[in-house]
Ligand binder design. Structure first.
Ligand code: FUB
Length: 338
C-alpha cells in the first residue's frame, strides 16, 4: 500500500534552496539513502531507523533496524511517496539482527535489493532480494551472497553493462575481521602507524546474486601515490561506499567514520587505484555520514542524512541537495545546513 508523507515538503517557485536540506519524509526515520533513477523516477533505498531501546555502543548495536521502506519521487523537490514495508527481517531466513544500509540495481527485468544484516552467529553478511517492481515488495534469497561480507553494499553498473559490488565497513561493520577473504572473529582494527583497512569490490555474475570473481581490495592513494595509514583517519576508508562516473572518470566516495567526513577519490577503472581528492560533505548532525550521488535531468544530486528530526544519532532522516563540480572535475564541498 502506498502511504503519502505525513508532512509534504515545502516548495516554492524561487528554486530549490528552501526545499533542500529538509527531510524527504518525516513519518518514519530514514538513513543511508541509495538513490537511483528507474523508469524516469527517483527511487531511494534507505535504512529504516527505529527506536528499539537497544543501548548505544561502539559496535552500533543501537542501529537495530527491522525492515526497509522505499521512497520515490518524480523529481527532486516533488512529493515523496513512502511505499511501506518492502522487506521485513522476519522474511530473511538467515538473518539475525540489524538491517543496515542497502542498495538496489536493475537487470534481467528484475529489481535487486542488496542488504547487510548480521546472521544468526552475529556476523555481518550481504544478502539479496528480488522484485518485479522498484519499490518492492522484495523476496529474499535463502542464503547470503557467497563470498560477500561486512556491510554497506553498493552496486554500480558501468557503461559496458558490467555490474560491480563495492562493500565493507570497519568497527561495528566488522571489515577488520576479514583478511584475504577469510573470517577471523579476533580480527583487530589497525594501529595508527599501520596501513588502513581497504574497501572491497567484486564483479557480479549475470544472475546478479553471486560474484563472478574473488573479492579484491581497492587501493585509495594520497597525491604522492601512497596508501593511507590508520592515522590518516580523516581521509581513509571507514564505510558507506558509493561509485559514480562523471565525464569518464570513476568517483569512489565513502565516509571516514570517526572523523565524519564524506570524501572521494578518482580513478580510471572500476577497480582503482583511486587517488584521494577531498571532502565533499563536511560532518552533519549525528555521528554517521552516508550518501549517494545521482544525475537527474542534467543536474547532480547528493542524497545524505542527518538527525534534524530527532537529535539522536540512530534516528536519522534522509535529505537531498544539489552537487556541483568545478571545471577540473573536483566536487564543490558542501557544509550541510542545520
Ligand atoms: O545505518 C547503519 C550504519 O550506519 C550504516 O550501515 C553505516 O554506513 C552508517 O550509516
Amino acid at each position: 500500500p502506498e502511504k503519502a508523507d505525513a508532512k509534504p515538503m515545502p516548495t516554492d517557485s524561487t528554486g530549490m534552496d528552501r526545499y533542500l536540506s529538509q527531510p524527504l519524509v518525516s513519518n518514519i526515520y530514514t538513513a543511508d539513502p541509495s538513490a537511483h533513477v528507474f523508469n524516469g523516477r527517483i527511487y531511494v533505498y534507505p535504512s529504516h531507523d527505529t527506536a528499539t531501546g537497544t543501548p548505544e555502543n561502539d559496535n552500533g548495536d543501537h542501529f537495530n533496524m527491522m525492515d526497509y521502506h522505499i521512497l520515490s519521487m518524480d523529481a527532486v523537490g516533488g512529493p515523496v511517496t513512502d511505499h511501506g514495508v518492502a522487506l521485513d527481517i522476519k522474511n530473511i531466513p538467515w538473518a539475525g539482527r540489524q538491517l543496515w544500509a542497502p542498495d538496489a540495481a536493475f537487470a534481467n527485468g528484475t529489481y535487486y535489493l542488496y542488504f547487510p544484516v548480521k546472521d544468526k552467529q552475529d556476523v555481518f553478511r550481504i544478502g539479496v532480494a528480488t522484485s518485479a517492481k522498484p519499490e518492492g515488495p522484495f523476496v529474499a534469497e535463502k542464503e547470503p551472497i557467497k563470498g560477500a561480507y561486512s556491510i554497506d553494499p553498493t552496486v554500480f553498473k558501468d557503461d559496458d553493462g558490467k555490474y560491480y559490488m563495492y562493500f565493507g565497513g570497519i568497527w561495528g561493520g566488522q571489515l577488520q575481521r576479514w583478511n584475504n577473504n577469510k573470517y577471523d572473529s579476533a580480527g583487530k582494527l589497525r594501529k595508527p602507524d599501520e596501513l588502513a583497512i581497504l574497501p572491497r569490490i567484486a564483479r557480479l555474475s549475470a544472475d546478479m546474486k553471486s560474484f563472478a570473481e574473488p573479492v579484491k581490495e581497492i587501493k585509495i592513494l594520497d597525491s604522492a601515490g601512497n596508501l593511507f595509514k590508520e592515522a590518516n583517519n580523516d581521509k581513509r576508508f571507514f564505510e558507506a561506499a558509493w561509485m559514480h562516473k562523471y565525464k569518464g572518470k570513476y568517483y569512489f566516495s565513502y565516509s571516514t567514520g570517526d572523523t565524519h567526513n564524506l570524501v572521494y577519490a578518482t580513478g580510471d577503472n572500476p577497480y582503482g587505484p583511486f587517488t584521494y581528492r577531498g571532502i565533499f560533505l563536511y560532518p552533519v548532525e549525528g555521528w554517521t555520514n552516508h550518501h549517494s550521488i545521482i544525475e537527474k535531468d542534467g543536474k547532480w544530486f547528493l542524497f545524505y542524512h542527518d538527525v534534524q528530526l530527532s537529535g539522536k544519532t540512530h534516528l536519522r532522516n534522509v535529505k537531498v541537495t544539489e552537487l556541483k563540480y568545478n571545471e577540473d572535475g573536483t566536487i564543490q564541498p558542501i557544509h550541510a545546513q542545520k
